[in-house]
Design a protein around this ligand. Structure first.
Ligand code: CP
Length: 312
């Protein structure tokens, strides 16, 4: 499942549901009783895997899976498709993270249960986007009519690609794409912006000259694991470091997002600034995964009143 499989109304419904779950944690704690989720993580993860698993446990469900392909039969040469066909017999849904772009799509075609993309290479990370949208919604009361700066590794940063694609579906966003030439946004993502008449973009290298224009600054880590050449990584990794001095040039209402993990790109001193929203994103990630899991394999949330179905 990717966010393209969901209508705009369904995405807004997940935001609404996550807010309800946050306020009614005890009441929703049996929504996934008797259900099992598999987390198949072929790549390292702290937030995504643990929040998928915590979400399931908090809904009354159970979890199986592996963290690190070295413990799975892929080391014996098993294909993704065979693994997924096997695990489909054991569980009600599968969350998969894999270093190869398109792996989640391959998995979904082999599966007989819903498959959720928990990050495929440098391509997409749709459930991180759900966390990002929830953070924008709570900070601004909306996910449109924003100037969104995305800064750092825009080539390999899958969270950036997912977020841009999804914001384009809602429209009215001005993107400021801040990166060195070597880490610019891929053409297929630019094409998505160009295909959205209410959205626009500029590409710049300098963060300081644009930070004052932004409602949102989405910082990203330079993705060391996707570089072919370590020298290139070492040259580019510290291109952007957001510190208090740079943040002093930003508007008071700006929100700083980061999918985490961070390396050096946000100084720790920024964590205490009210504009720092990245640990809110972490909390929202778990709530949005609870909303998603309950929607995909759970029962109705007790007492929950769905959003009015209307075109947005
Ligand atoms: N944001 C994110 O995907 O973090 P992890 O790699 O720790 O899951």
């Amino acid at each position: 499942m990717t966010l393209d499989d969901l209508s705009r109304h369904q995405i807004l419904e997940l935001l609404h549901k996550a807010a309800y779950i946050d306020a009614h944690r005890r009441e929703v704690s049996h929504t996934c009783d008797g259900r099992v989720l598999a987390t198949l993580f072929y790549e390292p993860s702290t937030r995504t895997r643990l929040s998928f698993e915590t979400a399931m446990l908090r809904l009354g469900g159970k979890v199986i899976g592996f963290a690190g392909a070295q413990l799975a039969s892929v080391t014996k040469g098993e294909s993704i498709a065979d693994t997924i066909k096997t695990v489909s017999n054991y569980v009600d849904a599968i969350a998969i993270r894999h270093p190869k772009e398109g792996a989640a799509l391959v998995a979904s075609r082999a599966a007989s249960v819903p498959v959720i993309n928990a990050g495929d290479g440098g391509h997409m990370h749709p459930t991180q986007t759900l966390a990002d949208l929830a953070t924008l919604q709570s900070r601004f009361g909306r996910i449109t009519d924003l100037t969104v700066g995305l800064c750092g590794d825009l080539t390999f940063g899958r969270t950036v690609h997912s977020l841009i694609e999804t914001l384009c579906r809602f429209g009215n966003v001005r993107f400021v794409l801040i990166s060195p030439d070597e880490l610019k946004t891929p053409q297929y993502v630019i094409d998505r912006i160009n295909a959205t008449p209410s959205c626009s973009y500029v590409e710049v290298r300098d963060l300081v000259s644009v930070i004052g224009d932004l409602d949102v600054l989405y910082m990203t880590r330079v993705q060391k694991e996707r570089f072919f050449n370590e020298d290139d990584y070492l040259r580019l990794r510290d291109t952007y470091i957001l510190d208090e001095a740079k943040l002093s040039l930003a508007q008071p209402h700006m929100a700083v997002l980061h999918p985490l993990p961070r390396v050096n790109e946000i100084a720790v001193e920024v964590d205490d600034d009210p504009r720092a929203a990245y640990f809110e994103q972490v909390k929202n990630g778990m709530l949005m995964r609870m909303a998603l899991e309950s929607s995909v394999i759970g029962d109705e949330l007790p007492g929950y009143v769905p959003l009015e179905p209307k075109e947005v």
